[in-house]
Design a protein around this ligand. Structure first.
Ligand code: GDP
Ligand code: ZN
Length: 304
């Protein structure tokens, strides 16, 4: 029987679509009860029948991007080279969601690029200004309009995506499907194949999906829903600042080594906020995240 290493390209409950080194796809099921594999995982499999396989084990991961609230953990994908946070001028994005995605990526050691799409719309300057602090703290921000310049995706993003595995995350309506269609002429076919294989209706919207960007299978894009309610329970309060470059730049100058940067005397983060070196909204988001940790602690452990 054939066996080897395959990439998880889609998953739905205990059903997985895995692709072997020859590019053949198999419907895979985990050997045990648990289904812990996520899109992007390399798994050891054994073929059991015509286009079906058993997933024996998950290979060690380079990284894993996930969100976690008090009740559950949801993985977006594993083994990523880059996170692309996909935003638009309209619908306007929530800065808290953006900040949370960036913190999750920092915490997992994944590079991030922010895209602002729909620069053709009124309100462009205002939305671009909201990203100013993110540019200043070192994130690359790409502004484009897929509507007026359809080749913008190829021109501006293809070099970034080349030879890499990239996860795209963003609110609905921002143009993620337009991006996928612009980059992959056969996107519809790839989506259809996954849905048929997993028998999950016309669209598998609940989980991440892997798309090859090139014939050589060197570059991949993973589309994932779930930009809302981005819980960060897995990022401990003590490591939060390390995942926020603008706060991190000042936190070493606080009077107390264990300063929480809320209202301690001699807090360098607070004075940076007062002097405008850190934006008010970033400090508010930081305190919001600390508050979510306090809330779970007050209510006692909830983890099963
Ligand atoms: P998704 O929900 O993120 O997948 O977004 P879609 O790709 O379906 O796009 C949502 C809407 O925005 C569609 O009507 C697109 O035609 C439109 N859209 C996408 N890119 C642009 C753009 O650059 N400018 C404008 N004005 N509209 C765009
Ligand atoms: Zn401080």
């Amino acid at each position: 029987m054939a066996a080897g290493i395959a990439i998880v390209v889609a998953g739905h409950g205990r059903h997985y679509l895995v692709e072997d080194a020859q590019g053949r796809r198999h419907l895979g099921h985990p050997r045990g009860k648990k289904s812990e594999a996520v899109v992007g995982d390399r798994v050891r499999f054994e073929v059991t029948g015509d286009a079906s396989a058993v997933i024996e084990a998950i290979e060690p991961r380079r990284n894993l991007l996930f969100r976690q609230d008090a009740w559950k953990t949801k993985a977006f994908a594993a083994n990523l080279d880059r996170l692309l946070v996909w935003l638009a001028v309209d619908p306007s994005f929530g800065e808290s969601q953006l900040a949370r995605a960036l913190i999750a990526a920092e915490s997992a050691g994944i590079a991030t690029t922010v895209v602002l799409n729909k620069t053709d719309l009124a309100g462009h300057a205002e939305q671009a200004a909201r990203l100013g602090p993110y540019r200043a703290m070192g994130y690359e921000v790409v502004e484009l309009s897929l509507k007026t310049r359809r080749d913008a995706a190829q021109e501006r993003l293809a070099p970034l995506l080349k030879g890499a595995t990239t996860l795209v995350l963003g609110p609905s309506g921002a143009g993620k499907s337009s991006l996928i269609n612009a980059l992959l002429p056969d996107a519809g076919a790839q989506v259809g194949e996954i849905s048929r294989a997993l028998n999950s209706g016309r669209h598998t919207t609940t989980s991440s999906q892997w798309y090859w960007l090139d014939r050589e299978h060197g570059s991949a894009l993973i589309d994932s829903p779930g930009f809302q309610s981005f819980g960060l329970q897995h990022v401990e309060p003590a490591s939060l600042v390390a995942c926020m470059p603008d706060l991190r730049a000042h936190a070493g100058d606080c009077r107390f080594y264990n300063c929480t940067h809320r209202r301690e005397p001699g807090c360098a983060v607070v004075s940076a906020v007062q002097q405008g070196a850190i934006s008010e909204s970033r400090w508010r988001i930081y305190r919001e995240l600390l508050g979510e940790h306090d809330a779970t602690r007050d209510e006692g452990p909830r983890r099963a």
